[in-house]
Design a binder for this molecule. Structure first.
Ligand SMILES: [Zn+2]
Length: 291
């Protein structure tokens, strides 16, 4: 589990500005992120773990040199709740590949999506996910026990991934599984206005603290982006230019300060994830000076 005395902020993957300023490889990302004054970076393997071990080692060395905390986003095609046993068992391999890459990177957390509800009930899909997570623990044994497997809250109503569901999945083995709270996703699946107040944000941390333990809340791994939604939930990631869909970051900054919380917050804005992560960091800094 990630431990820091302050919240850490950073981008998920490389921004448009990173590419437009002539950067060609993610090996350059840790120096770029540090030069902006940020402290975290999430390595994107959403389309599969395809990076060579030698490149992963170079990213790891750069992250160490620039004191950047790394996490890794596992492939989107992982499904803990797939109806076909074969799909779910393949997911064990994809998670193991992600853990192996995270180990080389020196990343302390991987982020996994649960999968869709499918044609059955939510509880049937949850039961399938419990089975996959139990099998995963057996399959991994003690391997990669130093890397947390984060289960993410999801933005579409047809996906598993309410906060309640994620907490129940983590309870299968809280030594290995941790919640990853994507506030934009939760806001989208609630069709907006889920986080208009600091109390609404505080309730998330309180629920995780009371159900899993205070350190899970204090050092929570988070994603934060503005996300457009329709009647089925998430439609697409926006940037902080958006003022329609939200959620607003300011009330969260106030909770982080008043409760002394030290999460890692990864921004997944569409192209401006570095600048928007910096905006969040500066908002938190301002809030922490005002108490
Ligand atoms: Zn995700």
């Amino acid at each position: 589990m990630f431990v820091s005395n302050n919240p850490l902020f950073g981008p998920g993957g490389n921004s448009t500005a990173f590419t437009e300023t002539g950067h060609k490889s993610t090996v350059e990302a840790p120096a770029y992120v540090r030069a902006m004054g940020l402290g975290a970076y999430e390595y994107e393997c959403g389309k599969g773990v395809r990076t060579s071990e030698s490149v992963l080692r170079q990213v790891a060395a750069a992250a160490r040199d620039h004191s950047i905390s790394l996490s890794l986003h596992a492939p989107y095609f992982i499904s803990l709740s797939g109806k076909e046993p074969e799909t779910r068992l393949k997911s064990l391999d994809y998670i193991e590949q992600s853990l192996r890459a995270a180990d080389v990177l020196g990343a302390d957390t991987i982020v996994v999506h649960s999968g869709s509800v499918g044609l059955g009930t939510r509880e049937e899909a949850m039961a399938l996910s419990f089975d996959t997570l139990s099998r995963l623990c057996e399959f991994l044994d003690d391997r990669y026990a130093h890397i947390s497997i984060g289960i993410e809250t999801m933005g579409r109503i047809g996906q598993l991934g309410t906060l309640d569901e994620v907490i129940r999945q983590c309870k299968i083995n809280p030594d290995r599984f941790v919640p990853v709270v994507d506030f934009g996703h939760l806001n989208a699946r609630e069709l907006g206005h889920a986080f208009d107040t600091s109390d609404a944000y505080k309730a998330v941390f309180d629920q995780i603290g009371s159900q899993l333990g205070d350190r899970y809340a204090r050092y929570l791994h988070c994603h934060f982006s503005h996300i457009e939604y329709g009647k089925k939930g998430e439609l697409r990631h926006l940037t902080f230019e958006d003022t329609t869909f939200g959620p607003p970051f300011d009330p969260l900054a106030n909770v982080l300060v008043s409760e002394g919380l030290c999460p890692r917050i990864i921004c997944e804005s569409a192209g401006t994830q570095d600048a928007d992560a910096l905006t969040m960091q500066q908002t938190w800094e301002k809030a922490s000076l005002s108490i």
